[in-house]
Design a binder for this molecule. Structure first.
Ligand SMILES: [Zn+2]
Length: 243
């Protein structure tokens, strides 16, 4: 689940804020769900791909990994990793990793690296990227210490928007393209958020999982690129490989 999806989750849980947990269970082994009974939720936050349930003295960090999911006021056929019951309603989280954080989350998380955060700092991102001359643009976009929240869909769409080949290295990338990459990582994340909210995300994909380039109508290349070896979809004709 990429950053924008977690922002949508956060918004849909608004009504559970300040509500007390009356029952809790689940298959999670890293925390004891029964210890949550009686606790009141102070807030929900997201940082990159981490979803946070904030209590007065601690927080729960939920990472949905590749196949994680959730249900609000309903259940799936599977047993939840974490089930939280309230006087009115329930939350269920599946196939995710759940960790308890006892430290102050403002100390744990640097909000300025989260592309969806109002504290997002593009100058800081640029400084970090400059220190990775040999890295490819496709790996840099997925680096959660630089672009927290960016996942593989955002990576592909950003690179198509700025017409850069995923295997271009940072040292070969012209400065104006680096600026565009940083700006679009945030812009596209907000478009993703806007489209996903109205169930129109897929419809707006230009290159991700596509066979034909929307611009030149040529064949889209699919390749596992960079060190992360995540799927890249790109047009060899429209997206420049800077060398
Ligand atoms: Zn093309």
């Amino acid at each position: 689940m990429e950053g924008p999806s977690l922002l949508i989750l956060k918004e849909s849980l608004r009504s559970f804020k300040r509500k007390k947990i009356v029952d809790a269970s689940g298959t999670t082994t890293k925390i004891d769900p029964t210890k949550l009974i009686g606790e009141r939720i102070s807030d929900f936050k997201s940082f990159g791909k981490h979803f946070l349930i904030v209590f007065k003295a601690f927080s729960l960090r939920i990472h949905f990994l590749m196949f994680g999911s959730y249900r609000i006021n309903e259940q799936k056929d599977a047993t939840a990793r974490l089930h939280l019951k309230f006087e009115k309603g329930e939350l269920n989280f599946y196939t995710c990793s759940i960790v308890r954080i006892d430290e102050d989350i403002d100390e744990v998380y640097d909000w300025s690296t989260d592309v969806m955060s109002e504290l997002w700092n593009p100058v800081k991102a640029r400084r970090k990227i400059r220190k990775l001359p040999d890295a490819t643009v496709s790996d840099v976009l997925l680096d959660q210490t630089i672009f927290a929240g960016v996942g593989n869909i955002i990576k592909n769409e950003v690179l198509f928007r700025i017409r850069v080949h995923p295997e271009t290295t940072i040292q070969a990338l012209p400065p104006r393209k680096l600026t565009a990459l940083i700006n679009e990582a945030r812009n596209y994340s907000f478009d993703f958020y806007k489209w996903k909210k109205v169930f129109q995300l897929r419809k707006h994909w230009l290159i991700y999982t596509k066979r034909k380039c929307p611009e030149c109508k040529g064949v889209v290349t699919k390749k596992y690129t960079g060190r992360t070896l995540r799927r890249s979809f790109f047009c060899e004709h429209c997206q420049v490989l800077f060398e």
